[in-house]
Design a protein around this ligand. Structure first.
Ligand SMILES: *[C@@H]1O[C@H](CO)[C@@H](O)[C@H](O)[C@H]1NC(C)=O
Ligand SMILES: *[C@@H]1O[C@H](CO)[C@@H](O)[C@H](O)[C@H]1NC(C)=O
Ligand SMILES: *[C@@H]1O[C@H](CO)[C@@H](O)[C@H](O)[C@H]1NC(C)=O
Length: 446
């Protein structure tokens, strides 16, 4: 079974002309504004079968952003330091403020940036998006400290598991860590480097990435084979789970692949499907499916590690919203160059629902895991701060110099992933804070 879609689902060169026949993630993303009208719970009322049937007019009318955000002034002077025994910081509520310091790294020195996210190299002309930092309302989020991070993962293995957002976050982390210590690529496997591992000799620390867009077992749709995904919701995906005994910290990051057409299995039964036109299955949407997939995965970690007295930490990165605001294949699909102000954009609809499910499942796992002192769970709650960054995506700069010969009639846009360096570096700043907090409050057994 060829797994052609993978990361390459975001590359259109060959597939572009078959758009009229295939339903791509992109066409679904183009429908996202409709999702905000909360139709996403139900089978979509129509299937765009040709380009001209994409809901252009609808998506255009939903662009409701009126006033451009102005630059907030300097941070308030009364910022409190995060001291011992303060309650955990709420990273969800906050705002993006100007930061003249800019990113820790640049794409020319980093070496591990996927082409599609290497925006500076691809000629993205504006650079304002690099000069912001997230200011939670209740605490301060320190700048990323690569040395501290490496010390905290000394003699450990950190595994990123999930879809291309997991990879995006991993590459940001590697770029930042590379500023103080060079990782050695020690393992690579799978089409498009879906499975990779690096080793930091300086700290005997390993960082790896596992492609597993559903976390549970699944067959991904492909150009030649299935035109929908098949998910087995009660079975964890052994592609990552088989290595669980050798992991000390797991970062799970999934979401966008659950939006695609799929048939869901539980045991021998077909539970239902999403968007499976022509098949005689019940449409059940994907919210409860995401919940079940997460629950199966988190439970399997508790069963295989916690109940055996093992020690493991698990972080679930919450859903990262896309920002398609116009037609996905026209210039300007996500062309903003400033963040939203905090009240300019509310978290709602599908983005909010996906996050809520993830946060709830993490809370649930915390309770189950607390029975065993060695298992810790935390949500890396980035949904809101990501929502406020429409300026952070590659857009047309997923390809080099897209406007070198003027503005073409059609230009592919990535309004899902994040430019590196960029907003996603903040995910790892919060990741580090979670680890520091854990270090302050050692687990039961230690
Ligand atoms: C990238 O960073 C390196 C090291 O900090 C620096 O020497 C180089 O000038 C930077 N390149 C660009 C294009 O900013
Ligand atoms: C290096 O780290 C691995 C875990 O990733 C551990 O099993 C091994 O014992 C460590 N080596 C030393 C010398 O501490
Ligand atoms: C669809 O499924 C229902 C219920 O399982 C069954 O009664 C019906 O005959 C099926 N229709 C087709 C066309 O297979």
């Amino acid at each position: 079974m060829a797994l052609k879609m993978g990361f390459s689902s975001f590359q259109f060169k060959d597939q572009f002309h078959s758009l009229t026949k295939k339903l791509f993630p992109w066409t679904l993303y183009a429908l996202l504004p409709i999702a905000l009208l909360s139709l996403y719970l139900y089978p979509l009322p129509f299937l765009p079968s040709t380009e001209s049937e994409l809901p252009h007019s609808i998506s255009n009318t939903i662009i409701s952003i009126s006033t451009p955000p102005s630059f907030p002034s300097t941070p308030p002077p009364s910022e409190k330091e995060n001291t011992f025994d303060t309650p955990p910081c709420d990273y969800f509520n906050g705002k993006w403020i100007r930061d003249r310091r800019g990113p820790l790294y640049n794409g020319t020195t980093c070496g591990t940036i996927k082409q599609g996210q290497n925006c500076i190299k691809h000629g993205r002309p504006d650079s304002d998006y690099l000069y912001w930092r997230w200011k939670p309302n209740e605490c301060k989020l320190p700048r990323f400290e690569p040395k501290t991070f490496l010390q905290l993962i000394e003699n450990k293995h950190v595994a990123f598991v999930g879809d291309s957002m997991a990879r995006n976050q991993l590459e940001s982390l590697l770029c930042m860590l590379s500023t103080v210590s060079s990782p050695e690529l020690v393992y690579t496997n799978g089409e498009d480097n879906k499975f990779r591992k690096w080793h930091f000799d300086s700290h005997n620390a390993s960082v790896s990435v596992y492609w597993s867009p559903f976390l549970v077992q699944g067959v991904e749709k492909s150009n030649e084979g299935l035109n929908h995904n098949k998910l087995y919701l009660d079975l964890v995906d052994e592609k990552w789970a088989k290595d669980m005994d050798h992991m000390d910290l797991i970062v799970l990051s999934v979401g966008h692949w659950f939006l695609h057409p799929a048939v869901y299995y539980e045991g021998d039964l077909v539970l239902g499907c999403h968007y499976c036109v022509g098949l005689n299955h019940t449409e059940i949407g994907f919210y409860e499916v995401l919940r079940k997939a997460l629950r199966t995965s988190l439970n399997s970690i508790i069963d295989r590690r916690g109940s055996k007295g093992g020690k493991i930490d698990v972080i679930v990165t919450t859903f990262s919203p896309a920002h398609f605001e116009g037609e996905w294949d026209k210039a300007g699909a996500c062309s903003k160059t400033r963040p939203y102000r905090s009240r300019e954009k509310e978290l709602e609809g599908m983005d909010g629902e996906m996050r809520k499910i993830e946060v709830e499942e993490v809370e649930d796992a915390k309770v189950k895991g607390s029975e065993f002192g060695g298992v810790r769970f935390e949500a890396l709650d980035v949904t809101k701060l990501a929502l406020l960054r429409p300026d952070g995506h590659p857009g047309p700069y997923m390809y080099p110099f897209p406007f070198a010969n003027g503005v073409p009639e059609r230009v592919q846009n990535d309004c899902v992933h994040w430019c590196l360096p960029g907003a996603i570096d903040t995910w790892n700043e919060i990741f580090l804070e979670i680890m520091k907090k854990w270090e302050e409050h050692p687990r039961y057994q230690e």
